[in-house]
Ligand binder design. Sequence first.
Ligand SMILES: [Zn+2]
Length: 427
Amino acid sequence: MEKILIKDCQYLAFRNNRISVEDGDILISGNIIEKIGRNVSLPGVKIIEGKDSFVMPGLVNTHSHAAMSLLRSYADDMELKPWLEEKIWPAEENLKAEHVYWGSMLAFLEMIKSGTTTFADMYFYMDDVAEAAIKIGIRGVLARGLIQFTDPEGKNLQENIDLIEKYHKKGDGRITCLIGPHAPYTTSPEYLQKVMAAADKQGVGIHIHISETKQEVEDVYKEHGVSPVEYLEKLGLFERHVVAAHCVHVSEKDMDILKKHNVGVCHNPGSNLKLASGIAPVPIMLEKGINVGIGTDGASSNNNLNMFEEMHLTSLIHKGHNLNPLILNAREVLEMATIGGAKVLGLDHEIGSLEEGKKADIIIIDLEKPHFYPKADLISNMVYSAQGSDVKTVIIDGKIVMENYKLTTYDEKEILIKSEEMKKDLL
Ligand SMILES: [Zn+2]
């Protein structure tokens, strides 16, 4: 079994449900963190010198549409409805499996280079997303996006079921699956009943967009007389593990429902700001004890997949919006991007923090950068000063996938060239 020792580093410790900075050595054995302590030594292991580095658990991107990286900067500065109806959906109609494979590869390269080790994805041709993730070595939580009007006969739902049967817990356990009904306004109650029955039969949870825009909330009120969250509760959707993207326009009552059913919320500040959807009441959610993680959403509404930028935004927008610099401090935000995200995805028993016995999903930050000088509080640094490009080495499931800024599992140049080809072919 391969062993790696990260020697003499400062690292993000996790004790009594709280992060802090400590120093010592981290021993990885196979895909597990075997030991964290001082003066750990072992002959014949691979040693990574930890001096001038900060070691953290990999970041967890709780909501993305990875292959949309091909549509990066293809339709900017538009309102959500025309953006979707005139640009994104028509382009997506031409998507083929090959586009999704290379679009996902490009996304994973960007994610790994900026410190993300786990992503949750909702898209099409998910077999190809799974294959790309397995090949490049990232951890993924996959769901087939389901929109009812493109699925009158339930073929897409069947694809999601096939995805689960083929890939759930595969890729050395790095791939897990969910079912992905797009949103309450793009699926009928009958369709959602079928989704829930399939989820229960497969023993998996659900990934869905909820209350992203004001318009959506108004439309659901018109049709069902209640808010999207109340409507989904009535349907019984929250009786299983649910990952809820956005939750921008939610009431106190909605948030109490989310808390009651332990629904995990994905906060996507960059996307919500860019599409002018609004600002989710994250400080209130955290006060109520709701699990909130951070996500980038697709690269077409962000336009990057850099979780350091999302952390920075998460902290700043809520302070500015609430005229209160005390809320969403650096510690809370870094927790949201690591252990919080792992909880949202139901993976906190194995990832999200540096603890003995957990999976070795680890990122190493290069502290020899001007914006980390003079030396100060590292947790503050990670949220307010760090850039995705400070990530030097990435270990996922005990395997080094990037070392000294270079991807080890695939030829980076080929991914970039292929993405150009795929974009030309698609548009
Ligand atoms: Zn989304």
